[in-house]
Design a protein around this ligand. Structure first.
Ligand code: NAP
Length: 359
């Protein structure tokens, strides 16, 4: 640990390339609990990266996701041990092992100590490590909400981009919610088979809309975690997904461009416009699947979702998949490697950085 009043932290000094801007420093001031803000101070065990961490670093969405100033501390989803709570705090006590979702912008957590919002935190499930629990904040949350909102008993489900941070959780949860058949696409077929997906599609070798299992029934539900506009076009024209009239649904969590530019106010409309057009077009045209963009957590209150998630994990029905090489050490080299892997868009599980060796 760094000196009294200071801590080790992942400092990001400017927008741009990982290796030019990301480093671990020893002398960052330790945060102090602010009374009445609904926060608690945790000693960080681990941080799980997500596409949002790379989006903030890229600066391409600086108007809505930028830091107030540079340098800033990276890292959003976190796990750790509570070291200080606000007066009157009822849900958490010093010593609790918790995980937490970032508050609006993924930053401030990749450090030895971090402030987290109590309403965005939960005690970890008893049967997984604190390190694994760092992955639950947004990715498992997004997967559970997607499965709860999208999957109906007996559905034939397709998950595009199932080898990232969200996908492995979603494949498992779709089956748990009663899907009769789950096809999952990605390059890492070994990972997909291990979840297990019922049908693994290596998108470099075959098109999902041409697999022979479609003769047994079209897909009822498609979750698009990767493809954006291209996949939606295929879903409309290829007849591999049921029409809206017959209950066919297409839910996307991904923008058309993973690094959409929102740097000026007029670019704010770039993101929702195609999504709204698609939503209305599909609503008026029952011959194609209904379309929805899933924003999670959106207006969801995380705590009840986390409690349902914990029960599923404690029942042994959901496991965490970490990227090859994870956990990454909390050194400049380790953190850069982790950010570069997340930025590659081929993480093969959750990219986790271990901050405290003794937790
Ligand atoms: N809407 C929301 O509230 C919300 C919440 C959570 C996540 N998200 C978004 O959902 C998306 C998925 O999240 P994530 O954390 O799972 O992302 P991730 O960890 O970066 O995973 C990316 C996935 O995309 C696949 N992929 C990359 N390039 C591809 C290509 N050219 N063709 C087809 N697939 C490709 C990867 O598979 P291979 O490695 O096998 O190619 C991988 O499965 C992200 O865009 C994220 O921002 C949105």
């Amino acid at each position: 640990m760094a000196g009294k009043g200071t801590m080790r932290a992942c400092s990001i000094k400017a927008y741009g390339a990982v290796d030019d801007n990301v480093s671990v420093v020893e002398d960052w001031p330790k945060p102090t609990l602010r009374a009445g803000k609904g926060e608690m101070l945790i000693r960080v065990c681990a941080v799980a990266l997500a596409p949002g961490d790379c989006r903030v670093l890229s600066g391409k969405t600086s108007l809505v996701q930028g830091p107030k100033r540079f340098p800033y501390i990276g890292g959003g989803d976190v796990s750790g041990v509570v070291v200080q709570v606000d007066e009157g705090e009822k849900d958490f006590a010093v010593g609790d092992q918790v995980f937490s979702l970032f508050d609006g912008k993924p930053m401030g957590r990749l450090a030895e100590f971090a402030l987290v919002k109590t309403k965005l935190s939960c005690k970890k499930p008893a049967n997984i490590s604190l390190l694994e629990a760092s992955t639950l904040g947004s990715s498992a949350f997004a997967a559970l909400r997607a499965a709860e909102k999208g999957v109906r008993k007996g559905d034939r489900v397709l998950i595009l981009g199932a080898t990232g941070g969200v996908g492995p959780f979603l494949v498992q949860l779709a089956k748990l919610k009663g899907a009769s058949f789950v096809a999952a696409s990605g390059l890492n077929t070994e990972l997909l088979s291990s979840l297990p997906a019922d049908r693994v599609i290596d998108y470099s070798k075959e098109n999902w809309w041409e697999i022979e299992e479609i003769k047994d029934g079209k897909f009822d539900m498609v979750f698009d975690l990767a493809g954006g506009r291209t996949s939606w076009r295929e879903a409309k024209k290829a007849k591999a997904v049921k029409s809206g009239w017959n209950g066919g649904r297409y839910y996307a969590t991904v923008w058309d461009n993973p690094y959409m530019v929102i740097q000026h106010w007029y670019q704010v409309f770039n993101f929702p416009t195609p999504i709204l057009l698609r939503f209305w077009y599909a609503k008026l045209n029952w011959a194609i699947p209904t379309y929805r963009y899933l924003l999670v957590p959106g207006s969801d209150n995380p705590r009840p979702v986390y409690e349902r998630l914990n029960k599923i994990i404690e029942a042994g029905d959901l496991r965490v998949v970490l990227s090859p090489g994870a956990p990454f050490p909390f050194t400049t080299e380790g953190v850069r490697e982790a950010y570069n892997l997340q930025k590659s868009r081929h993480p093969n599980g959750k990219v986790v950085i271990k901050v405290a060796d003794d937790l």
